[in-house]
Design a binder for this molecule. Structure first.
Ligand SMILES: Nc1nc(=O)c2c([nH]1)NC[C@@H]1CN(c3ccc(C(=O)N[C@@H](CCC(=O)O)C(=O)O)cc3)C=[N+]21
Length: 286
């Protein structure tokens, strides 16, 4: 069993991004800029946004957080997004999810300029991903693909079982795997007999937030396990969706959680923001 170490790879990527930022500053005087919209007092959301901001600082990005109260109106958030769309010092816009229930999330995601959509949630970028065209790809599934690449795990022709069908993780994960010539199954909350699917999997990618959803009796020998789940136990410990202790004995590769996919998500946000900044810098020069 080998660990897929997201913490180490994310540091490597950060170093590369920081170097590119330096070059960009030297060649055109541009500093990549990320705007984050954070609504309400949710502790986990605030903690994630703080981690993203710190990562921006480490690589030399400019970043700004729009901290908004829980009871903010739809219109007020829309005005903020429009002003970020028009702001030349902002290359990337991220709306931290989930948003309070009075807010129409879909409408906001569609308002973000597709060329600043570093989360890859705009339908324009979703369509580009599905058709295998270049665009912005959601950070978590993109980070998974980077992790597989780093360890030379080729999914071509392999049976990949994605568990979870969200727009943020499961669906883009499935698209990326399909674009890499994998055979893809998408399982979700209504799937009958999940085990029937997982037992056939060469690679299992699970992100649903159910502690110990995947147990050793559900996987075949030498399976590759990508644990995208994040939950907290009653004791406050951060855990994934996989019974790591027992499943790891049967697997060829496995991500720890924490320390696997999580840090890669942030590294990909940096990479996407850098990509947006480079495109903007080119536009400025021409
Ligand atoms: N618009 C939007 N984009 C997102 O990318 C987004 C979001 N909303 N909402 C919430 C989820 C969650 N998410 C994580 C980021 C980093 C870790 C991460 O680095 N986790 C560390 C542990 C962190 C800790 O110790 O708390 C790890 O797994 O090792 C986890 C989860 C991004 N999200």
């Amino acid at each position: 069993m080998q660990l897929l170490d997201g913490r180490t790879l994310s540091k490597k990527i950060e170093t590369q991004v920081a170097q590119d930022v330096k070059k960009l500053k030297e060649t055109c005087g541009c500093t990549p800029g990320l705007a984050v919209v954070l609504v309400g007092q949710d502790q986990a959301s605030a903690a994630y946004v703080n981690m993203k901001k710190k990562a921006c600082d480490r690589v030399g990005f400019y970043s700004i957080t729009h901290d908004m109260p829980e009871n903010i109106s739809q219109e007020a958030i829309e005005r903020t997004i429009i002003s970020m769309n028009e702001n030349d010092s902002i290359d990337g816009i991220l709306i931290q999810l989930p948003l309070p229930s009075q807010i129409d999330t879909t409408k906001l995601l569609e308002l973000v300029a597709p060329e600043k959509d570093v989360d890859g949630f705009h339908p324009y970028n979703v369509g580009r991903l599905v058709t295998n065209l270049d665009g912005f790809v959601p950070c978590t599934p993109l980070g998974v693909m980077e992790l597989l690449k780093e360890y030379d795990i080729d999914v071509k022709g392999k049976n990949c079982v994605v568990i979870g069908a969200s727009n943020i993780v499961g669906k883009p994960m499935a698209s990326l795997l399909l674009n890499a010539d994998a055979t893809v199954e998408i399982c979700h909350i209504f799937t009958d007999d999940l085990k029937r699917h997982t037992l056939n999997a060469d690679v299992i990618l699970v992100g649903v937030g159910v502690i110990n959803l995947i147990t050793e009796d559900m996987v075949k020998d030498d399976v590759v396990i990508i644990d995208i789940g994040v939950s907290r136990t009653k004791e406050g410990k951060l855990v994934g969706d996989v019974d790591f202790e027992n499943v790891s004995k049967k697997s060829s590769y496995i991500t720890p959680s924490p320390g696997g996919v999580g840090p890669m998500t942030i590294a990909m946000l940096l990479q996407n923001t850098l990509k947006a900044a480079k495109i903007n810098a080119q536009k400025k020069n021409s």
